[in-house]
Design a protein around this ligand. Structure first.
Ligand code: ZN
Length: 244
């Protein structure tokens, strides 16, 4: 079984379509780590696609903020403006779908093994695992060898062992080895923040125990123009070009 693992699509349909074209024929099942909406101009199209296609989804903080009545006080002004715009744009059906999304962690069980899906961390769905210190705090909280997480929009992750923690290189495929716990971030489909503007995703083969970190060019110009035309904050259109 090969999994297409997507996170942080954020209403960016152009990026999602490029990822699907790139990954075509290479996976059996789609998993999503949350933040389907927020920032991008196509929240309905993206939500409808996930509703139809994803086998399992955990909610992200933007899914809660854009669909519910949750307070936006912890959002920065641009994220808040985008959340308010998205609340108005979502159809009732899509809003309802986002409201009932499951909180992580979500355990995926199949005959060959088990792994975990979370948005932020296994401990807290809103926690950022940004650096080695954040990753090291997860020691003792990882019951399964592989946990897939998003939220930071930075592709890569961490490998934990009793001897210490290491950052995972994303420029080559990862082979999971016995004796380690892995925190694996596929990166953001729709708003990368690791300095590479290309859409990010990962393919996970449970037979081979390999993770392939992928990047793909997409039509940033169109995604950005739609954000501007929608009246969303200009910075959200500009940052797509920078991947920051
Ligand atoms: Zn996000």
């Amino acid at each position: 079984m090969a999994y297409l693992i997507l996170s942080d699509i954020h209403g960016n349909l152009e990026a999602l379509e490029a990822v699907l074209a790139d990954a075509e024929g290479r996976y059996d099942c789609i998993l999503c780590l949350g933040d389907l909406v927020g920032y991008g101009a196509d929240p309905n199209a993206v939500t409808e696609w996930v509703r139809e296609e994803a086998a399992a989804v955990v909610r992200g903080n933007h899914d809660r903020a854009c669909s519910g009545s949750e307070s936006l006080e912890y959002f920065n002004p641009h994220a808040r403006a985008a959340a308010i715009w998205t609340r108005r744009a979502l159809t009732p059906e899509n809003r309802q779908y986002l409201t009932q999304l499951q909180r992580g962690p979500l355990r995926i069980e199949e005959p060959l093994g088990q792994f975990l899906l979370v948005h932020g961390s296994p401990v807290d769905e809103d926690q950022y695992l940004s650096n080695m210190d954040d990753g090291a705090l997860m020691e003792g909280h990882l019951e399964l060898p592989a946990t897939f997480f998003g939220h930071t929009h930075v592709q890569g992750g961490f490998r934990l062992a009793p001897a210490g923690i290491a950052r995972i290189r994303r420029d080559r495929p990862l082979t999971l080895e016995d004796g380690y716990h892995y925190l694996i971030n596929p990166g953001a489909v729709g708003q990368p923040r690791d300095g590479d503007p290309r859409a990010a995703y990962a393919l996970y083969s449970i037979e081979d125990q390999t993770v392939d970190y992928r990047r793909v060019e997409y039509d940033v110009q169109s995604a950005s123009a739609k954000i501007r035309a929608a009246g969303l904050p200009e910075v959200l259109a500009l940052r797509l070009f920078e991947g920051m």
